[in-house]
Ligand binder design. Structure first.
Ligand code: ZN
Length: 402
């Protein structure tokens, strides 16, 4: 374990030395030892271990395991926020998902800060007990978080539990996004193109424009499938809530109801938590930079997420939440998320910038270019999927919905 590999949840890997070597080379140097049990990091990683293990049990029936192909995952020791999926071509080959403990800590602390602000989610718990005492503000440069803990937690216990629910929602979606890269065969596909796999690429590559379009399209494909899983997962939590609500203390029960108790609530929370997750690490929209990135920028991902949620609601009428109502609600949700981000980053909210990213010609054009490319590579991707894929464009675009 001294090579800095956090070895949770992957006990059945047959050739762990090989996986450790590969993970270790990605910069994972912090190792949590058993004497750290009870620490913030250890408890968080243990909770994630249980959640991810349960999610894989839930998701694995979809994964048509090829003979000799295993699906494994771990929380890596890397302090930088990072999530990745890999195909390790060892014998037997391993499909692998890594979530860094740096990502887990950063996300939880981010939402603690947001709920420590009485102006955000004023309907949850007792916001009046929170106060906006001076604190260090988050900036793009201050992420990943390096400061010593304890960070600012909400005073209200309900708001603290609710913040954790939002954080876990974001982390579960990150995990399911990575699972979608595997399930939809992206790593297999990339390995046939002589392109570096997603995991072997440098952290911020200046990709050639064509490679960039392909990688961004695969990100959208993973977002779409991850979103479908996230919706199903949260619907299941909502349906299961009455079964375990009696066993929760009051604060946890109220926080759970706020997080999952109604379809409208958890869909609001998915949109909100994604916005915060992306917005706090990137500019909203930069036309010059976008064609060279390997991920779509927040404005594009957000538009895609919003439209994807609307499409899912159209395909899931039993949820009883009309896509048009959701599109209307989404404006307020995104605005409140932007305001929440601006407060913890101590900047002016960029409401106009965001609206224009949704509506200006260049952003909309880029978005449509990605969707077109998504349809174009569909037939190539279809050779590899091991899970049910979400159809990209056989449902109306959101502007047709409104
Ligand atoms: Zn991805």
């Amino acid at each position: 374990m001294d090579d800095g590999f956090l070895y949770f949840g992957s006990a059945s890997i047959s050739d762990d030395a090989d996986v450790q070597r590969v993970i270790g080379s990605r910069g994972g140097r912090k190792c949590l030892h058993s004497d750290e049990r009870g620490s913030f990091e250890f408890d968080l990683c243990s909770t994630l271990e249980n959640k991810f293990r349960w999610m894989l049990l839930w998701a694995q029936p979809r994964y048509f395991v090829q003979r000799q192909r295993q699906l494994q995952w771990c929380v890596t020791g890397a302090p930088i926020p990072n999530a990745f999926s890999s195909l390790f071509k060892i014998d037997p080959p391993i499909d692998f998902i890594g979530i860094s403990y740096g990502l887990a800590c950063t996300v939880v602390e981010l939402y603690w800060r947001i709920l420590a602000d009485p102006g955000t989610f004023p309907d949850v718990g007792e916001p009046a007990v929170e106060s906006l005492a001076p604190l260090t503000f988050l900036t793009h440069d201050s992420l990943p978080l390096k400061e010593a803990r304890p960070w600012r937690q909400p005073v209200c216990t309900i708001r603290g539990h609710f913040a954790k629910s939002l954080a876990y929602m974001a982390l579960e979606q990150a995990f399911l996004h990575e699972f979608a890269h595997i399930g939809n065969g992206h790593n297999d596909y990339l390995s046939t193109l002589n392109l570096l796999s997603l995991t072997d690429r440098p952290y911020h590559p200046v990709a050639a424009e064509k490679d960039s379009l392909l990688l961004q399209t695969l990100e959208m494909d993973a977002d779409a499938t991850g979103l479908m899983y996230t919706l199903e997962l949260n619907e299941r939590k909502r349906l299961d809530l009455p079964k375990y609500a009696d066993r929760l203390d009051d604060a946890k029960r109220i926080a759970n109801i706020a997080a999952f108790g109604a379809v409208r609530a958890y869909i609001r929370n998915i949109l909100f938590s994604n916005y915060v997750f992306w917005r706090c690490k990137d500019q909203v929209w930069d036309l010059e930079k976008q064609p060279h990135d390997d991920h779509p920028q927040p404005a594009i991902r957000m538009k895609f997420l919003r439209d994807g949620l609307a499409r899912c609601l159209l395909a899931m009428p039993h949820l009883g939440y009309s896509p048009n109502d959701f599109i209307t609600d989404s404006r307020e949700i995104i605005q409140s998320a932007e305001i929440a981000c601006a407060r913890i980053m101590h900047v002016e909210p960029q409401l106009e910038v965001y609206q224009s990213a949704f509506q200006t010609a260049d952003a909309v054009h880029y978005f449509e270019k990605l969707e077109d490319y998504w349809c174009k590579i569909r037939h190539s991707l279809m050779k590899y999927p091991k899970v049910r894929m979400l159809a990209p464009c056989n449902l109306p675009h959101n502007h047709a919905l409104i």
